[in-house]
Design a protein around this ligand. Structure first.
Ligand SMILES: *Cc1c(COP(=O)(O)O)cnc(C)c1O
Length: 496
């Protein structure tokens, strides 16, 4: 079976992986999926002893077959090299009777580096759809904090690309904001937006759907827009690799034997990280459950317990900003696969979501989903208590996103036969003030003073790139209204 991609909402398209990656999102607003997913399995028995890069070659080879082994090898070598502070890339560490998979040892200290270090390299191997050799891809991203910096770091000065990032003004941490506004590179633009993340993301989706704008950008500036949000299939599939890497490390440490099932607990926002775990399962990884951990914005918890997705609810700005999301875009892919490719159903549901802010799935579908996906959520006090509990019990410092998952680990009954892996999505040094408050350390100074206190009190070290932000030059100070975003994009394209 050849691997082609089409929308979750229709089967008209037939794109190669390269084309799907270059395009980002389907014309009908759906996300690209392939019906060949899971037809080629990854041989789990062959994992032990393999490096992260070798595992990546195998997994990505199965998911992106139109890339040659040489192309993938080059992308992987460039993306998972010296810029990572641990040669295992995503090291697995014991945490009491459980395990933590650290996904934050990349250049921006958040798990999004795993995908965004390699996405620009994938894009370099794609070619313009209409043969315009001067065509540039402009990545357009709305970020709740971590995606923006990770995308900027990946795309800065990457040939044939440019990147524009919007973040919600006042809704990201000082460190997150500085990470973005100090970004170097001649092809980058960063602006704060007057609104929350969902407002910004909705505006970005509208910009993508604006045909007239697309024509002006192509005609005047040779620019096509593409997405680095986790709706891009090239952003999603690299995340499948670390589930296999976790399994390989459990095998190597003789915690499990080949074929034993493992449970993953995943701090979730846009449903990209955890969806990658489902892809891993389809590729043959023995995954028992995937547990969706949410913060106070518990729209996914409600959905997974009732079958009704309802975004008509208050939006909470919490201490885990990267999970403050009311519309989890990648859920659409999960619904596609678990409804056995029912594009009509998906298209109806997404239409309902658009029109009424809510949809309800059939009972049988909910039952199928619940066989695989568990769920729970933590409020902000529980997040703080979890950070403290984890430090007191295990002498391991976690960030507020990881803490949502840790809270569930503590709540869920433990099956002694099934190892549990908590995915740790950010370095605690990205949120030093909240972490210090939770741990009872001094949190009165700047974020940078908080980092120094955290390092001193816990004997850990702040990532140099984060600590160095204090003295880095701020390049971007723009604040734009939601309805000024399109204009901002057009100006950025003209300036290229
Ligand atoms: C993006 C992010 C998440 C949520 O991941 P999704 O793929 O959007 O579900 C969780 N934690 C941190 C730190 C993140 O940056």
């Amino acid at each position: 079976m050849t691997t082609t991609f089409h929308s979750t909402r229709s089967t008209n398209d037939s794109l190669t992986a390269k084309q799907a990656i270059r395009k980002g999102i389907a014309d009908d607003g759906g996300l690209f999926v392939s019906d060949a997913l899971g037809k080629t399995k990854v041989d789990v028995a062959s994992l032990p002893g393999k490096s992260y890069q070798q595992i990546a070659a195998e997994v990505l080879g199965a998911l992106l077959p139109d890339f040659t082994a040489e192309e993938l090898g080059q992308c992987i070598a460039d993306a998972y090299g010296e810029q990572w502070s641990d040669e295992r890339i995503t090291p697995l560490k014991p945490l009491g009777d459980d395990y933590v998979l650290e996904l934050f040892n990349g250049p921006t200290s958040a798990f999004k580096d795993v995908a965004l270090q390699i996405l620009p390299r994938f894009m370099a191997h794609t070619t313009p759809a209409d043969g315009d050799a001067d065509e540039k891809i402009m990545i357009l991203t709305a970020t709740s904090g971590d995606t923006g910096k990770a995308a900027l770091a990946g795309f800065a000065d990457a040939p044939g690309t440019a990147i524009t990032v919007f973040y919600p003004e006042g809704k990201v941490s000082q460190v997150q904001e500085l990470q973005m506004t100090t970004q170097a590179g001649s092809n980058v633009q960063v602006a704060a937006v007057e609104g929350n993340f969902d407002d910004a993301q909705s505006a970005v989706k509208r910009i993508f759907g604006d045909r007239a704008l697309a024509e002006r950008l192509a005609g005047n500036s040779h620019v096509v827009l593409s997405s680095a949000n986790s709706i891009n299939v090239g952003r999603l599939v690299p995340q499948v690799v670390y589930y296999f890497s976790a399994y390989a490390q459990l095998l190597a440490d003789q915690v499990i034997n080949v074929g034993d099932e493992v449970e993953f607990v995943v701090p979730t926002g846009n449903f990209g990280d955890i969806l990658a775990g489902y892809y891993a399962k389809l590729l043959g990884l023995p995954v028992k459950h995937l547990v969706v951990a949410s913060d106070k914005n518990n729209v996914l918890f409600d959905f997974l317990t009732t079958g009704t997705y309802n975004r008509q609810r208050p939006f909470f700005q919490t201490i885990s900003p990267s999970m403050d999301i009311l519309i989890s875009s990648n859920l659409e892919r999960m619904l596609y696969y678990l409804s056995e490719g029912d594009t009509r159903l998906i298209s109806m549901l997404m239409n309902d979501l658009n029109k009424w802010g809510t949809y309800e799935i059939p009972e049988e579908l909910l039952a199928k989903i619940r066989q695989i996906f568990g769920t729970g959520w933590a409020d902000e006090d529980q997040v703080r208590e979890s950070i403290k509990h984890c430090w007191d019990e295990h002498h391991y410092v976690i960030d507020p996103h990881t803490a949502c998952g840790y809270y569930l680990l503590e709540q869920m009954p433990r099956d002694p036969l099934t190892p549990r892996v908590l995915l740790s999505t950010a370095s605690p040094y990205k949120f030093p003030r909240v972490v210090n408050e939770a741990l009872g350390f001094d949190a009165t100074g700047t974020d940078f003073e908080c980092m120094d206190v955290l390092a001193h009190e816990t004997g850990t070290t702040a990532p140099a790139a984060l600590r160095g932000l204090e003295t880095a030059d701020v390049r971007f100070k723009d604040v734009v209204a939601i309805d000024g975003m399109e204009d901002y994009v057009e100006k950025a394209a003209q300036a290229l």
